[in-house]
Structures are given as C-alpha cells and as structure tokens.
Design a protein around this ligand. Structure first.
Ligand code: 2RA
Length: 338
C-alpha cells in the first residue's frame, strides 16, 4: 500500500530534513504535498528525482492526505493539525503543542513504540533534547530502573531553526574577518565564542521551558510518573548536534561493564567509549547521521552510600534523530501497524 503524505512546514530545517528522510527510508508514498506559508508557496523542491512545488498551507490542502508530518511551529500546528484530523489524516507533529496532551501519544520508537497504536489522529514527536537523552538512557533503565536524572545539555544553533544556523555562521565569519558581529536576532546574545544558559522562557522556580521538557516528556514516554529530573539547558556555538551530560540514579546496581554491554546492543545507539584511545562522542561526528553516540560511561563517584549511579555523555544530530528522523520512524510504525 502507498500513502498520500503531506509535510506541513516543508521549507524549514526540520521540514527539509523530513523530505530527505522519507527518500532515504523509502517511505511508501503515492502522492507528496509540501505545505508552507504563502511566502514560500511556488518554490520547487526535488524529491526522488521529481520536482515538487510548495503549496500554501490551507484547509483544503489536507483533502485526501493519509499522513501529515508536522514541522511547523506551535501556532501553525494548532491552526492546521485539528483540520487535518477532521479530514481523516494522522499527523506526526514535531511542535510542542500536543506533547503533553493525555489523548496524544508521545513517542520515541526505541523506547515506547507500543504507544503509537493508541493515537486518535495525532502523535507527538518529542523535543530534540528529550529524544537524544532517552535513546541513550532507556537501555540502562531496562537494566537498573532509573529513579533520577541530572542532565546538562549543550544545544546546537540549529535548535533555533535555519535562522539560528545562519546567525552562528555569520558571527563566526565576522570574527574570522575581524569584523563587528552585529546584533543577535535568533538568540538573546552573541552565540559565537559564548554559551547562553537559556532556551525558552523562565518559570517561577527559575527553570526554562526547555529544561522542564525533559522531566515532563521523559515521564510520559518512559511511563515513569515519579521520575525525578534536574535539567540545565545551554545553547552552545555548535551547528546541528546536541550534546548531553547525564548522571543517573538507579533502583538497582548497574556496573559500567553492564552499561556498556546494554548500550552496545541498544537500537539507535552507537557506543563510542574508549578513553584510552581518546574515543568519545563529539558533535562533529554525530552531525548528519541518525544514531545517538554514547560514551564517557563511568560510575557516579558522588553517589550517596548504598545508592547506584552512573554518568555518561551523548551526542545526536538535532535535526535528524532529534526531529525529522524520529518523526519518519513514527510514521513507519504507523504504516507497519496498518
Ligand atoms: C531548541 N529544542 O534546541 C529546542 C527547539 N528545537 O531550540
């Protein structure tokens, strides 16, 4: 069977990557629609050797569509995803609009694929930093039962879309040319040669919306309502891979050897952990591929007596597995489940 597929937000970084993932993963497409703002309508994009013209997103564009991949921001998702559902489409939405809706499954295929089947027309794609962390920690959760996570993220400029990428490139070029950097637009401050400890707005407890996603989405995806998470999200001058330092507290002992063994066998993971040979995950290595690299696996030497802890480091491409690849993998689960 082949499917009529639409990408909503087709011209952004994630939308463009979704198109590439559909082609790479040979998704069974009968007809493809690329939907975007009026400003982008008319653009030509090549797909599987054919030219596809970008159309303006409007209600009737969803007529006859089976699967929608949502790559647009929250306001556009809230405007069109309900319309698509009314028309019988199933949407895999990358915005944060529906992620915590109890009626909407939130899925990382390596973690909770079974949740896809309970959708009612919408499946939410988790936040990029959540996907990257959970692909790395889920194999360890199966061994020792995770109670608590302390996470620091080092998030790439691409998290702010094409504008974030362009801004970092321009700032690095200006610095290289000895020119003034100019006023930041995609971020609150200059990102080149800097670190910005803020992604999203602050809540009353001093946490950003990005930091609370890992707790809230992690609890839903892993079905661990008691999971305790303390997250610090930092924007770093890296193009498109997020990195995360993660300390885990377990119910049961997990040795470093057992952890490495579980990670080496885990779906979606590449274990890169050989400090003696300076082998560890780095953003340059994970860029433009779909695996989450995990390394620096070691005992948490600060763990309280009697408790069991590990520390690790992981990197993943934010546009691919952090967004587009995960969404296309969910769509393939949909197809596989008929
Ligand atoms: C970011 N995770 O990195 C957010 C949205 N992609 O900016």
């Amino acid at each position: 069977k082949q499917y009529n597929v639409a990408i909503l937000g087709a011209t952004g970084a994630v939308g463009q990557q979704m198109l590439q993932c559909l082609e790479e993963q040979e998704f069974p497409i009968a007809n493809l629609k690329l939907l975007a703002s009026a400003r982008s309508a008319g653009k030509r994009v090549s797909f599987a050797g054919e030219d596809v013209v970008v159309e303006e997103a409007r209600d009737e564009a969803f007529d006859g569509v089976d699967i929608v991949l949502g790559a647009a921001e929250n306001d556009i998702a809230k405007r069109f995803v309900p319309v698509a559902r009314e028309k019988g489409c199933v949407t895999v939405d990358n915005s944060s609009a529906y992620r915590l809706d109890p009626d909407v499954p939130l899925v990382v295929p390596e973690v909770n694929p079974e949740d896809v089947a309970r959708h009612n027309g919408i499946i939410a794609n988790p936040n990029c930093a959540t996907i990257i962390a959970l692909v790395a920690v889920n194999p360890l959760h199966k061994v020792g039962g995770i109670k608590r996570m302390i996470v620091s993220t080092y998030q790439a400029a691409s998290g702010a879309g094409i504008g974030g990428l362009r801004e970092l490139e321009a700032q690095m070029a200006a610095i290289g040319a000895g020119q003034p950097v100019g006023d930041p637009k995609a971020f609150a401050y200059q990102l080149a040669c800097n670190l910005i400890p803020q992604i999203g707005g602050f809540d009353a407890a001093g946490y950003t919306s990005e930091e609370m996603k890992l707790q809230n989405e992690g609890r839903k995806i892993m079905h661990l309502p008691e999971l305790r998470v303390n997250c610090t999200c930092v924007r770093v001058p890296v193009m498109r891979s997020h990195s995360e330092s993660i300390t885990l507290e377990f119910e049961r002992e997990v040795s470093v050897e057992a952890a490495r063994e579980a990670l080496a066998a885990a779906p979606g993971v590449k274990l890169v952990d050989d400090p003696a040979n300076l082998a560890y995950p780095m953003p340059l290595d994970t860029t433009d591929q779909d695996l989450i690299y995990v390394g620096r696996v070691r005992e948490d030497i600060s763990a309280a007596p009697g408790s069991h802890g590990l520390a690790l480091w992981c990197c993943g491409d934010q546009i691919r597995k952090g967004a587009a690849t995960n969404a296309v993998q969910i769509a393939k689960l949909l197809v596989a489940q008929g």
